[in-house]
Design a binder for this molecule. Structure first.
Ligand SMILES: [Zn+2]
Length: 247
């Protein structure tokens, strides 16, 4: 599987938990033997403008976070494009699902998922898209931007029971019809992370469910990194998802 990555993501760009040193290293170490790393080209200003206002883009620039955020968005675009043919992953940060058109919070600056889907849509590569956001936190940025688009459906699982969470997500995916499935892949709902619910196997299971759904639709799928803060388990959880998506 191709994993879109850039060495600049090793930087601690903002001092928040998403930016913490060692986080990228933990993931790279776990997956390096099973993937091919492809260097990322940053998203362009016109691409970022598909999802964000000029004042928000300028605000991110003034905070000194434009370059790293544009690089993350570029990785999402590349993974989504590759995902039209075979499953792909963007190993990126800062995350994006708390970024709205004109504001952002929760360690996010640009909405990587929204930018990627808008680029595919603008190029005529997709008509419809489905976003599965299994991060612990509700992806309010994804919803604020993409939720108003009639061609996008978004699902944030909300079950507090692990088995129900997986079962309901599987049922939903088995019934969808879409050109591409994008996963906002946050791993902070893991039993040993902030949310304390999901097992490592659950990420494998959700990966297989997404892959099957995309095959049934003759469509694509891809995943982009959102949250996930326990470096001791983050790598194995990403690996499990990629094995599910690629298997
Ligand atoms: Zn989160």
């Amino acid at each position: 599987m191709k994993v879109f990555f850039h060495d600049d993501f090793y930087q601690d760009y903002s001092g928040d938990p998403a930016s913490e040193p060692g986080r990228m290293e933990a993931i790279v170490k776990s997956i390096r033997n099973m993937v091919e790393f492809i260097p990322i080209i940053p998203a362009t200003h016109p691409e970022i403008s598909l999802a964000h206002t000029e004042s928000h883009i300028e605000h991110v620039r003034q905070e000194g976070l434009y370059d790293i955020s544009a690089l993350a968005a570029g990785g999402a675009i590349m993974a989504a494009t590759e995902g039209l043919n075979v499953p792909a992953f963007a190993l990126i940060r800062p995350p994006g699902h708390h970024a709205s058109a004109n504001s952002s919070w929760g360690f996010c600056y640009f909405n990587n998922m929204a930018i990627a889907l808008y680029v595919l849509k603008q190029k005529g590569l997709i008509e419809t898209a489905f976003v599965l956001d299994f991060d612990l936190h509700h992806g309010d940025g994804n919803i604020n931007i993409l939720g108003r688009e009639p061609w996008v459906s978004i699902h944030n699982p909300e079950e507090h029971d692990r088995e129900k969470y997986i079962r309901n997500t599987g049922q939903l995916l088995s019934g969808i019809k879409t050109d591409i499935i994008g996963i906002s892949a946050g791993f902070d709902h893991h039993i040993k992370d902030w949310g304390g619910l999901l097992s490592t196997d659950d990420y494998y299971t959700m990966g297989t469910m997404v892959k099957k759904a995309s095959e049934r639709n003759a469509g694509g799928c891809f995943a982009i990194l959102e949250g996930g803060y326990n470096h001791e388990v983050l790598g194995q959880n990403v690996k499990a998802l990629l094995e599910g998506l690629g298997g």
